[in-house]
Design a protein around this ligand. Sequence first.
Ligand code: ZN
Ligand code: MN
Length: 455
Amino acid sequence: MKIGLEIHVTLNTKTKLFCACPATTAEPNKNTCEVCLGHPGSKPFLNKEAVLKAVKLCKAMNCEIANEIIFSRKNYFYPDLSKNYQITQYEEPLGKNGWLDVDGKKIRLKRIHLEEDPASITREDSDVLIDYNRSGMPLAEIVTEPDLSSPEQARKFMKKLLRILRYLDVFNIDGVIKADINVSIEESGYKRVEIKNVTGFKDIELAITYEAERQKRAVSEKEEIKMETRAWNPGKGVTISMREKESEADYAYIYEPDIPVIPVEKKWLEQKIPELSDAKIQKFKGLGVDEDDADIIAMELELAELFERVSKQINPVLAARWFRKELLRVLNYNKKTIKEVEMDEKHIVELLELVDKKIITDNTAKKILEELIVKPFSPKKYVEEKGLSQITSEEQLKKICAEVVKNNEKAVKDYLSGEEKSFQFLVGQVMRATKGKANPDVTNKLLKEEIKKNI
Ligand code: ZN
Ligand code: MN
């Protein structure tokens, strides 16, 4: 199977690509002006921020970057396109010949270019509603060679792309991420079928899976596979024939006469990009962190960077376990990202030191972490002030264990007749009596000793 993707992502600039309208969500048709409404005589002017962000993206995707920025008009009629042409890059894209590594395979990128988004169209009963807020929003279009060979690989590619977009902070999360997908199979001699405008990750994978199956079935039933454009119906989970494929010649491209050819400046190319997720994962694995934990911690740049700072001061494997399980759990629960909390590495290192030295139990540490996310403080002082150090003294715990065994005859009997759950209940009683501070290993040992005495 050969799969190629053309992905459109909205860049997170303050204003649109060719006018000063805000690139934010607003009530329909509020963010508009004569340029993005396509009034005759209005003149587009290029947004530098969009160019800088697109250059960053090209760099991160290993592209050669053009010396000049050249725009063209792609001509076609549709109600979402008030000028009857879309300003895009055609002859010479901003970036070309890039690649992205997926599962050790180089997926080649044909091009990355800048273009404006058309308006959005929604249908309500017999009405067609057009919102020109989206008209002129800055898009980066990323076109791969047909190097992907399965729906899962396409999903992995998309996942990787999204991570890069987030690491670079160039992606507008409220904007579109939509793809046109080329799918062809060996059995048909790789006759190219295009699925237009598939929105969202899950649907991209589903559409490819469906389309490959459809083509295989057609070949086996001796039906002809046409080169055509199909639409994805997400509700029904099928692709539907739209039209025979138009060729690029149908768009009658011409150079855009209203925007000059703009030389790409050296300092645009020298923009720094952060170390990317793949490199971070390798680095974390080198510290002994397992692959799954490394992958999850590298999901967000801020989280990965925080982990790097913490792991310089504390056992990385311990830190990775706490990041992946507890830190993410508490962040999710509070619906926060690491960027939005005040807590920093100082607090986490102090907390994990208390865990590492077995001064507090895991349970106590989890509770402290829950509070740290809300408002940071010194975990060490907190533990001292509240007397939360764990109890490891056998002498102290022995008394409590003996008491618990004496007061819970039934549970002891059930445990002795083979009910493991009853033992956990007894442990729970010790924890309750010590406010969760009893060392679990010592407690287990002492409880068993006390029970033996009672046989
Ligand atoms: Zn505008
Ligand atoms: Mn496009």
